[in-house]
Write a protein that binds this ligand. Sequence first.
Ligand code: USQ
Length: 396
Amino acid sequence: MKVLILGIDGYIGWSLALRLISRGHDVYGLDNFITRRRVREVGSDSLLPLLSFSKRVERVKDTYGKGIEFTRGDASDPKVIYDVIKRYKPDAIVHLAEQRSAPYSMIDLKHALSTMHGNIQSTMSLLYAVKDIKPDAHIVKLGTMGEYGTPNIDIPEGFFEVEYHGRRDYLPFPKFAGSWYHWTKVHDSNNLMFANKLWKTRITDVMQGVVYGTRTREITETGAYTRFDIDEVWGTALNRFCAQAIAKMPVTPYGKGGQTRGFLSLEDSIQCLTIGIENPPENGEYRVFNQFYEHYSVLDLANKVSKIYRKLYGGDVTIEHVPNPRVEMEEHYYNPEHKKLFELGYRTVRTLEDELSIILSDINRHRRRLDRLRHVIMPKTSWRKSSGLDMLKARR
Ligand code: USQ
């Protein structure tokens, strides 16, 4: 199959490219390396050292005997998207080229606007380019479990039966996201559903949980590393907790730590996306996957990191409930359904405990780099303090 990955240089994009090549697919990529620049913008870097993209492709050729055709460009630029679809005529397009950090979108108005414009524009451009050039292509779009928020009822996979004033219908589940970033994914989902209604575009809208991990089956040596972020803006909960433990800093559940989210390992995320690509929806179908393995509260995860750290290194980890920089419920009901990927054959590869041991050892191997990143680990981006005043001052 010919698969185009938008955002091929990212945490998931690179890992997915390796998996698809190892399974014999032809892989094409688009990226403008903006995540590398934006991570530097907040004073951080990938904890695991990364090769340049051209070196990555050379390694792929050496290992798998075949390369990746690559275009450097911005996925939110319609001309770039039309050009790559015309050039590669892909069977499937995986859209991972959106700004993916909730805290980055909450820094201030400037960051909120660039997240809104970039994310929504890239999906809209892709929908039009597919309709005009390759209408039978399958779009696999990365959304987020965070689109649903934390309602006090079960969360279905996209749609649900509802009865109101005695009448019934099958409708999209209401969304209530928790950051400007998460809202862009809600807006994307609405646009994807409408494009499907208009043009019968084939779409898999992936509601993915929080991903953790350093390794996949193909990432077995340092030259194959994908990026791994641990700072307060780009790092996600479990990856950050592991880095905090190795750095001998407190592990930081925000507030009470009862916030519960769906989690899955990087290996499982790549397995699920591959299942979605290799089992496309019917012509004209829009489908939603809730993509995660299990749900945990952040305090549960902090305790698990502490337990595995003690087993591996013998010392204690301090768990510190820091003031929550976000606006979110710290104790709530959470029960999302997730059946469709299991029905297509998804099985988790490693237990959370095994995965934690691997992450902790990988971080420990790069302690010197971790020491250089200590100053960007503790939270400082505040949802409440986000403002547009600096942006206006800069324009005067
Ligand atoms: N959290 C802590 N302590 C920390 C970091 C995070 O308690 O040091 C808490 C947050 O308050 C939040 C939860 O952990 O309640 C998850 O936060 P996160 O930073 O791990 O993840 P989030 O901002 O939700 O975003 C990440 C990815 C995003 C993806 C999303 C899936 O960056 O791209 O869409 O996970 S989900 O969370 O299901 O929406």
